[in-house]
Design a protein around this ligand. Structure first.
Ligand code: MEV
Length: 438
């Protein structure tokens, strides 16, 4: 590979040309990049301008998990995912629970936090901050930034100061609580925090001239322990039967499987990955920040000191309960939510929910994804369903025709699906005339 000089100042056509020259099949790379774009100039400009050096638009399937019953309301939930089993699993679990009273969800809190980290010199031991005075100054001097958010019912809702000798001598931290209503609020929070850094430095300079104060950084935290939502389902153990497996046995096995994920990190990570399959798909579909959600959920999974399952299951008085609590800082206004045409459509399909309602929907889909995975793992095993759904992908890698797809669906009804068996099927089908039949 050769270095490409001033890549960002080249036109898109030049970027594609230069990049393609560095690949084995330049014409295929060019053709593919040029093909994955949008004809409509309005959307093309909007989507391409979301990020720098955009050469094409990456497409992922946008699908629906229909009939998800949450707090007695029915939702058809948009999900964006490339993994063939994710929507099918969420839909199957949702339909199972819709027949058993649906999902119950509650928002526990919506407070988000950010910090300004300072280093102060001199008199750390004796320097004592008049917290009330500085907080008053901060609230008054940030009022122009918070005005619109306050009108909507949010704003800065708490300021705390911590002085420490770790991680270095003279560490001062300002912990700020925010309510951002229906916005995820990242830009709002970061603007306030940077202003708080400046206001504090000035205030210390005026009130403690013998103390030097340096802002190290000001940034929101993606750790959201006070912005969480709980979703749960419950039913008598007798109603937990599935695919011929007895309900009481299924319920006990399920509880044990979740207990394993509480205690064994190897299982916990995979268990939580299954939850994030559903969570990320709705977060992506609604134009929210899935990296922030991933980081927050995994930190939350480690809140007891070790990494654990994010969900819990138990049986009490013959009732099976399955529950999840997740930190979900999402928005239904601002950011990409109304800018990206498909994110806007996803929110329209959900009935334009508030951020709190969206938190409940996302946690519910996370719970359903987890339920479907653990139910399969503790009964039929996961591969049967996965490979059935993966069959189309395997066939597509051989450019299978519609006719071959139909034949394969029939052929593999009662046979094991694997890369090898699909390869053999394609070879035999193409070599035999007429094609093989069951
Ligand atoms: C695969 O994407 C997700 C699972 O591995 C989750 C799990 O094991 O619980 C099936």
């Amino acid at each position: 590979m050769k270095k490409i000089e001033s890549f960002r100042s080249l036109s898109k056509e030049e970027q594609i040309e230069k990049l393609a020259q560095e690949t084995i099949d330049a014409s295929l790379v060019k053709e593919t990049l040029n093909r994955f774009t949008i004809a409509d100039p309005a959307y093309k400009e909007l989507l391409e301008n979301l990020s720098e050096n955009t050469l094409a638009l990456h497409m992922l399937p946008f699908g629906i998990a229909p009939n998800v019953m949450i707090n007695n309301t029915l939702y058809h939930v948009p999900m964006v995912t490339e993994e063939s089993s994710v929507i099918a699993a969420a839909a199957s679990a949702s339909s199972f629970w819709a027949a058993r009273g649906g999902i119950t969800a509650t928002v526990n809190g919506t407070t988000k936090q950010g910090q300004v980290h300072f280093r102060i010199t001199n008199h750390l031991d004796t320097f004592s901050l008049d917290q009330e005075a500085i907080n008053r100054e901060i609230l008054s001097k940030t009022s122009h930034l918070t005005e619109s958010m306050r009108k909507r019912g949010g704003g800065i809702i708490g300021i705390k100061w911590v002085k420490k000798e770790v991680p270095f001598k003279g560490y001062l931290k300002c912990d700020v609580d925010f309510e951002t209503m229906d916005a995820m609020g990242a830009n709002f929070i970061n603007s306030c925090l940077e202003a708080i850094g400046r206001i504090t430095t000035e205030w210390i300079l005026t009130n403690h001239p013998d103390t030097e104060c340096e802002v190290i950084m000001a940034i929101l935290s993606n750790h959201y322990p006070d912005c969480t939502v709980t979703a749960s389902v419950s039913a008598p153990v007798e109603m937990m039967g599935w695919q011929g497996h007895d309900g009481r046995i299924m319920a006990k096995r399920f509880v044990n499987a979740v207990l394993i994920a509480k205690h064994e990190i190897q299982r916990a990570v995979t268990h939580n990955k299954g939850i994030m399959n559903g969570v990320d798909a709705v977060v992506l579909a609604t134009g929210n920040d899935f990296r922030a959600i991933e980081a927050a959920c995994h930190a939350f999974a480690a809140k007891e000191g070790g990494y654990q399952s994010l969900s819990d299951a138990w049986i009490k008085d013959n009732i099976f309960t399955f529950s999840i609590t997740l930190p979900l800082a999402v928005g239904t206004v601002g950011g990409l939510t109304k800018l990206h045409p498909l994110a806007k459509t996803a929110l329209d399909i959900l009935g334009n929910p508030s951020a709190s309602e969206l938190m409940m929907i996302i946690a519910s889909i996370g719970l359903m994804s987890n339920f479907a995975a653990v139910r399969a793992l503790t009964s039929t095993g996961i591969q049967k369903g996965h490979m059935k759904l993966h069959l189309t992908n395997l066939l597509m890698s051989y450019n299978a025709t519609k006719e071959e797809m139909k034949l394969a669906a029939d052929w593999f009804k009662d046979k094991e699906i694997s890369s090898l068996s699909v390869k053999e099927f394609i070879e035999q089908t193409r070599n035999s005339n007429p094609p093989i039949n069951g």
